[in-house]
Write a protein that binds this ligand. Structure first.
Ligand SMILES: Cc1cc2nc3c(=O)[nH]c(=O)nc-3n(C[C@H](O)[C@H](O)[C@H](O)COP(=O)(O)OP(=O)(O)OC[C@H]3O[C@@H](n4cnc5c(N)ncnc54)[C@H](O)[C@@H]3O)c2cc1C
Length: 478
């Protein structure tokens, strides 16, 4: 039900000004009755009386923003600069009580809802057009228990927030590879990251979640309480409610050997073949992302990024194969703190650029996949775009597909194309190029998307969305 609420596009997405406030000067608004036009769960529109909106405002501890209010435009911005949706209301929640109030309001008034965690999702699922956006950006607290090696983080925290607190104690858990990604969206969909070879996905490290379900009830979900819900929250995405806080298991994680090696594009096939061999033979302590990108000098290059959290002497040996191949154009591998590892790819994912992403899971990297990527990359329309393989990690693979709702346990990696550009006039060419690449790569992939990278139902179609949940779809629906 939640997904139905979240994914529904407005009846007419081009109708940007759904709210009367937007065209009403502030002075006129004061004291005057200004009703609010909102999108409903059913896809229609309804009018909310000013008094109804005011009652929600009075209940919330955090601000309730409408179009025209200071902070409204900033609050509706997400990582992908292409997303320009205008919620009728943004509830900037200050705590669980605000989330409960917002959910109950939406349910009573039948208002379309979206939930914003870190706001990093490429299709912009966090922002609805014309409805109520439940915004957790103000709920970013993280509390570490260094003795039990656990951390509890609020639903709006990013991995940068999380790692900052946990690393003070030399602890960490598997998080995303770009530091301003939200812990919420990433973990609910699975969570691929540098530590997954040793410790599994982010969702595998979850001990407990607090969730406000669609009827406004706060439930605790863990192995003992609401275990079925807990199962669904580990890979089922944001379909079951608003997750207000997450408790993770932490692990000792010290400085590690990590960095990026670049090879000339003329050796692209050999270097990606090396990546394949490396990815399929590494120990649990290593995880890797490989791909094709345009260097700062404007040259196409092959990049292999690695992270090895074995003891540093042992690590040198484990990474030798990729450092002696070449010679590389550049080799930035060296000892570094984990928080630095967690920002290695930040420069490739700058907030606010226009982005379009296609990905799919792969059980192996075939010669055909490598050839296709190399051939197509030669015509990539933007220097900010790149194609990649992101390995799941050995420990993530060892867990059975039915253990959590994340269903891609047999995949070696996710392949993907992150197309990024600046000029809105270039939207068409970049999106077309990415879709054509995705089509060309389909014979080499499983056909199952990673839930966290899926587009809207209007783009993907219901069959593709179903496939993303794989063998677990039926149980999730139930
Ligand atoms: C550049 C880039 C790098 C990425 N790297 C990785 C990676 O290394 N590993 C990986 O696994 N994924 C990665 N992703 C995918 C990432 O996991 C998703 O984009 C994820 O949705 C981001 O979570 P968020 O909280 O920031 O998203 P948001 O945009 O806030 O939300 C995304 C979805 O999750 C739901 N949601 C968010 N918060 C909550 C909540 N508190 N309760 C209930 N539902 C909620 C939203 O409603 C929405 O449907 C990457 C994405 C990008 C764009």
């Amino acid at each position: 039900m939640w997904r139905a609420i979240r994914e529904r596009e407005p009846p007419d997405a081009s109708q940007l000004n759904l709210v009367r406030y937007a065209s009403t000067p502030a002075k006129e608004r004061e004291g005057a009755l200004a009703d609010l036009r909102v999108a409903t769960i059913g896809g229609a529109e309804t009018i909310l009386e000013e008094a109804t909106v005011q009652s929600l405002r009075a209940t919330l501890h955090g601000p309730l923003l409408c179009p025209g209010d200071a902070g409204y435009d900033e609050a509706r911005k997400v990582w992908n600069g292409m997303i320009d949706r205008r919620p009728a209301l943004i509830a900037r929640c200050a705590g669980v009580a605000d989330v409960i109030a917002a959910v109950k309001f939406a349910r009573t008034q039948q208002v379309l809802v979206s939930v914003r965690g870190g706001g990093h999702n490429a299709p912009g699922n966090a922002v609805c057009q014309g409805g109520l956006m439940i915004d957790l950006a103000g709920m970013r607290g993280v509390r570490v228990d260094p003795v039990r090696r656990t951390a509890r983080a609020e639903g709006g925290a990013t991995w940068a927030d999380f790692d900052r607190e946990t690393q003070v104690f030399g602890l960490a858990t598997t998080g995303g590879s770009v530091s301003d990604t939200g812990i919420a969206g990433l973990t609910l969909g699975g969570g691929l990251g540098w530590l997954a070879g040793k410790h599994g996905l982010s969702c595998d490290n979850l001990r407990s979640i607090d969730v406000v379900t669609a009827d406004g009830t706060m439930l605790i979900a863990n192995a003992d309480e609401n275990a079925d819900l807990f199962w669904g929250l580990r890979g089922g995405g944001g379909n079951f409610g608003v997750a207000t806080s997450f408790e993770f298991q932490l692990h000792p994680v010290g400085p590690m050997l990590a960095g990026m090696v670049l090879y000339p594009f003329s050796k692209a096939r050999q270097a990606l073949t090396l990546y394949r061999e490396f990815a399929t033979s590494i120990p649990d302590e290593v995880n890797t992302i490989g791909g094709l990108l345009t260097s700062a000098d404007g040259d196409p290059v092959v990049a292999i990024v690695v992270c090895c959290h074995a003891s540093l002497e042992g690590a040198e040996e484990r990474l030798r194969a990729i450092r002696i191949f070449g010679p590389p154009v550049a080799d930035s591998i060296g000892p570094m703190p984990y928080r630095q590892v967690q920002t290695l790819l930040d420069a490739a994912a700058v907030r606010g650029r226009r982005n379009y992403i296609k990905t799919n899971m792969m059980q192996s990297i075939s010669d055909g996949a490598i050839d296709t990527l190399v051939e197509r990359f030669a015509t990539i329309p933007s220097p900010y775009s790149f194609v990649f393989f992101q390995q799941l990690g050995n420990a993530a693979n060892r867990i059975a597909s039915a253990t959590t709702a994340f269903s891609h346990r047999d995949a070696l990696c996710e392949w993907g194309c992150q197309s990024s550009w600046l000029d809105p006039a270039a939207d068409g060419v970049n999106i077309r190029w990415t879709r054509e690449l995705s089509e060309a790569m389909s014979p080499f992939a499983t056909g199952n998307d990673y839930v966290n990278q899926l587009g809207l139902e209007t783009e993907e179609g219901s069959e593709r969305i179903k496939a993303a949940f794989g063998v677990n779809h039926e149980r999730l629906v139930a």
